[in-house]
Design a protein around this ligand. Structure first.
Ligand code: DGL
Length: 260
């Protein structure tokens, strides 16, 4: 049985990329909801509808687990789909707790989409661990647009980031938490802006390790070939040009692994 991985667009490839490293003998179905990207500026009701549809599609394909590789969809719709389906449905959660624990008195910045920043799920999480009010939350919807347009570096991206971070003294930070899976594509640009001591923390490794523990626990690990079937809002991706584009995105994610 395959594993379903789902995102509004190309962000979830960061989780697929990590899954192919950690669980290379599994087969995958990747669903990008390209008709409805971005989710981060939509209403809660819209997002729940999209996520329900995508999970229903993946369940219909007979997957053994679904990873909602999207923080926005996790914060709004994971409870809804978990109540509806019996298979394991994993989500993304910004690693605020360990980041605060290791912050040594410095500040922690969480960047995410406007919906994730607004949702109670993240605010509750921060409230539980941030006794000294050292966590800042910043919405960066522009990065989702840049990513979907394939614009990962260059002057416009740099200017956008410098402008958005301009009211923070970045010397005071110990960690930047990437609370949106689309944000992993820009690690080289953050590195140019943040002091080198600032750690970049993304949730892919944690989520994939958790997926592995679940599959081990259920005795459901496979010995297959790491194949991936891609769908865009339910339509199979088979054209050479589209597959080549996806391969280039995986190459970019390979490059990003060295920025920590
Ligand atoms: N990749 C998504 C996330 O992790 C959302 C991007 C969007 O569709 O706005 O939050």
């Amino acid at each position: 049985m395959k594993i379903g991985i789902f995102d509004s667009g190309i962000g979830g490839l960061t989780v697929l990329h990590q899954a192919l490293i950690t669980l290379p003998k599994e087969d995958y179905i990747y669903y990008a909801d390209t008709d409805n990207v971005p989710y981060g500026t939509k209403t809660r009701e819209e997002i729940i509808r999209y996520v329900d549809h995508a999970v229903d599609f993946l369940v219909g394909k007979g997957v053994k687990a679904v990873v909602i590789a999207c923080n926005t969809a996790t914060s709004t719709a994971s409870d809804y789909v978990r109540n509806k389906y019996t298979l394991p449905i994993l989500g993304m959660e910004p690693a605020v707790k360990p980041a605060v624990a290791r912050s040594n008195g410095k500040r922690v910045m969480v960047i995410a989409t406007p919906v994730t920043v607004r949702e109670e799920k993240l605010r509750n999480l921060i409230r539980q661990v941030d006794d000294d009010h050292r966590v800042d939350l910043l919405a960066l919807p522009g990065l989702v647009k840049f990513a979907e347009a394939g614009e990962f570096e260059g002057e416009e991206v740099n200017q956008y980031l410098r402008r958005e971070f301009s009211s923070y003294d970045l010397q005071n930070y110990s960690a930047l938490i990437l609370g949106c899976t689309h944000f992993n594509y820009f690690k080289d640009s953050y590195r140019k802006i943040f002091p080198k001591e600032v750690a970049f923390i993304d949730g892919s490794v944690g989520t994939v390790n958790y997926l592995k523990r679940i599959l081990v626990g259920k005795n459901q690990l496979e010995n297959n070939h790491g194949t991936v079937e891609y769908y865009m809002s339910g339509r199979p991706v088979y054209q050479e040009a589209e597959l080549a584009k996806l391969a280039r995105l995986h190459q970019r994610l390979d490059k990003m692994l060295k920025y920590k």
